[in-house]
Design a protein around this ligand. Structure first.
Ligand SMILES: [Zn+2]
Length: 312
């Protein structure tokens, strides 16, 4: 038996790491086991597992498991053990220990590997959540290297067994889950890990991010009912474009300004502080929204200018 499969351990030396191989190291950190013979990576995404050797520039066999839909990628190379140890690998890393010595310019690629191995993404409408499982030290390390890490928090999943990215995690009180606090943090994390990721990522998860981005785009793109300009709303409660929202707010405040200066002469009816044109444009009955004639556009410009020029 010659060497049918070859994986040159020197490829994984810190100074030889490429984005692709940093990705493999991340996958190995999440889904791998470093034993006496070398490295074994286990996953139920078999096609993705099959593509990993090509991505990393080595060859290795894949063995399908009986009685389960998972498979093992097996790299029998003892010389790989001291090399991977430099990154903090050891045979009990599911229980303790954090990654180390990952070149800082490759951390996003390493983290994409970790995410593809131990992470999952949930999305609905314009909401997005990211979860990454790992031991306590690892998830704290993830939190510290993720640019939006301050908006992530660690959940302890002790005792209960659940499923993360299709793999059951029965293992115990060592498992923690790093979770995004809000959609902004989750999106910024995924943007970060997917930068320059062509060819080295799990498409199943990536596609979920892409469809989130599309849905979010549709959810946030609006047409201003006053000026008919398209705009991106910044929150789900935005209705008017930034300019019209400002003008409308100032119209709403006119009575308050009067009240503050001359309370005795202020009217109780806010509409007393709006001209008919302003009422038609900014406070019309709902059915008129969206139908803006050229005449109204001119009017709008006039009102905007007047409001800008005046105090309120
Ligand atoms: Zn507008």
């Amino acid at each position: 038996m010659g060497y049918k499969y070859t994986c040159d351990e020197r490829l994984f030396e810190p100074h030889k790491l490429t984005p692709e191989r940093a990705y493999i190291v991340g996958v190995a950190w999440a889904d791998g086991y470093l034993g006496k013979q070398g490295l074994r990576i286990t996953s139920s995404d078999v096609d993705w597992l099959r593509a990993l050797p090509d991505i990393g520039g080595f060859t290795a066999p894949i063995y399908a498991r009986k009685n389960s839909n998972a498979a093992d990628l097996v790299i029998n190379n003892k010389a790989l053990i001291p090399v991977l140890s430099k990154y903090g690998f050891h045979n009990r890393k599911s229980i303790t220990g954090a990654p180390s010595n990952i070149p800082s310019c490759l951390i996003s690629h390493f983290m994409r590997g970790v995410f593809d191995g131990d992470g999952s993404v949930w999305s609905e409408r314009a909401q997005l959540r990211v979860y990454i499982a790992g031991n306590e030290q690892s998830v704290e390390w993830y939190k510290s290297v993720i640019p939006s890490g301050n908006d992530f928090f660690v959940v302890s999943r002790s005792g209960d067994s659940g499923r993360i990215s299709g793999r059951s995690i029965t293992n115990n009180h060592y498992c923690r889950v790093l979770q995004s606090r809000n959609s902004v943090a989750a999106e910024s994390f995924l943007k970060w890990v997917y930068r320059d990721s062509d060819g080295a990522r799990l498409e199943r998860k990536y596609n979920r991010f892409v469809s989130f981005t599309e849905r979010k785009g549709a959810y946030y793109s609006m047409v201003c009912p006053v000026c008919s300009e398209p705009f991106e709303r910044r929150s789900s409660t935005d209705v008017y474009c930034a300019v019209c929202a400002r003008v409308r707010l100032r119209l709403c405040n006119r009575r308050a300004y009067h009240m503050r200066r001359n309370p005795e002469t202020a009217s109780n009816d806010v509409n007393d502080y709006r001209t008919k044109d302003e009422l038609d444009l900014f406070f019309p009955p709902a059915r008129l929204y969206g139908s803006r004639s050229r005449k109204n556009q001119k009017l709008l410009e006039g009102i905007k200018a007047a409001v800008e020029a005046s105090q309120c």
